[in-house]
Write a protein that binds this ligand. Structure first.
Ligand SMILES: [Mg+2]
Length: 342
């Protein structure tokens, strides 16, 4: 098979505040895997939190080129075997693994003339209701963002070490949406029980990642009255059984775990363990969002607003309207790159 790999800067529509300062762009990596007149697409959104950079991801994908070019894909079991081989080559880059894995699923599904959802779960893709995230914002930015999402069904609000609930109260006062709060590891110094009680009174569904992963064990004594969802504490499939007694739910991000292949196993294991699951994203194009939406067919929640937040999405795929993603008709991931991306 022929492998093409490019990187591209993507820009959010709104200023993207992170704990230290602000980011005005990300640089994602895109792959195209072609064979027998068909092309499959994949993407990585490398994240510094997981020590990934776009340069490293490109280098790792280049290292896997020889293997990818000898690849003959016929079955899902074949993808799983190839995934394990690719990991031996690209470790520790799960982002590189993710990009190549997505391209394999997309290619094989297109080869069969079915959606990736059908290939993964033997069912037809249904629309996905997604959380739309309100990041850390100034008062003026907040007003604009809330106006944009006010009528959407699910809104997630980012918090920081101040653990101030003023944004949550502001949003609650302006929408009937289901709400969740993502503390992004920053509430280590806060009274989680008291915060959870206040948030429960505001009808918040769950709290995402209140403490940093190093403090997972402290969650047992924190006595939150709301369900806790693991994000940074649940990175790879081996984390799923480990977090069971501490969290009630976990977030699956394809670029953290290494693509659709491990995400599928995480969903199956999470179901056995009776965990609630969400599929999340980084700032990423409609290629990765389409893959997330395929996983979200079997999870309770999705947080797949990454492409909607972009000013310059280089793929067409699932249509976003009013906080709901609608599947495209085509086979595979159903995505197509803009002219000139590859
Ligand atoms: Mg999070």
């Amino acid at each position: 098979m022929k492998l093409t790999c490019v990187s591209r800067e993507l820009h959010p529509r709104h200023a993207f505040r992170i704990s230290r300062g602000q980011r005005n762009e990300v640089r994602n990596v895109f792959v195209r895997l072609a064979g027998d007149g068909l092309a499959g697409y994949g993407e990585a959104s490398p994240n510094a939190f997981y020590q990934e950079t776009w340069e490293d991801v490109m280098e790792k994908i280049e290292a896997a080129r020889a293997f990818m070019e000898t690849l003959e894909l016929q079955t899902v079991a074949g993808i799983e075997a190839a995934w394990a081989k690719i990991w031996e080559i690209v470790a520790p880059s799960r982002a590189a693994l993710c990009a190549l894995d997505l391209a394999m699923w997309d290619w094989l599904a297109r080869r069969r003339g079915v959606s990736v959802t059908k290939l993964m779960w033997d069912r037809q893709p249904q629309p996905v209701t997604t959380f739309c995230t309100i990041g850390l914002s100034s008062a003026e930015e907040l007003a604009v963002k809330v106006e944009e999402v006010r009528t959407f069904p699910r809104i997630k609000i980012k918090s920081d070490a101040s653990a101030s609930l003023s944004t949550v109260k502001y949003v609650r006062g302006r929408t009937a949406a289901q709400l969740a709060v993502d503390a992004n590891c920053a509430w280590g110094g806060a009274d989680l029980r008291a915060l959870s009680q206040e948030l429960a009174a505001l009808h918040v569904l769950f709290i995402e990642q209140p403490y940093p992963p190093a403090r997972d064990a402290d969650l047992a004594g924190a006595r939150s009255v709301l369900p806790l969802l693991a994000d940074e504490s649940c990175v790879v499939e081996e984390d799923v059984p480990r977090i069971g007694g501490l969290f009630h739910a976990f977030n699956i991000k394809l670029v953290k775990c290494g693509g659709l292949t491990p995400a599928r196993r995480m969903v199956l294991r999470g179901k056995v363990l009776r965990q609630t699951m969400m599929v999340g994203c980084m700032l990423e194009s409609s290629a990765l969002i389409a893959a997330g939406a395929a996983v979200a067919q079997r999870t309770s929640y999705a947080d797949l607003d990454g492409a909607w937040l972009l000013a310059d999405d280089p793929f067409r795929g699932w249509q976003f309207a009013g906080g709901v993603l609608t599947p495209p008709p085509g086979p595979g991931l159903g995505v197509e790159p803009e002219a000139g991306l590859f």
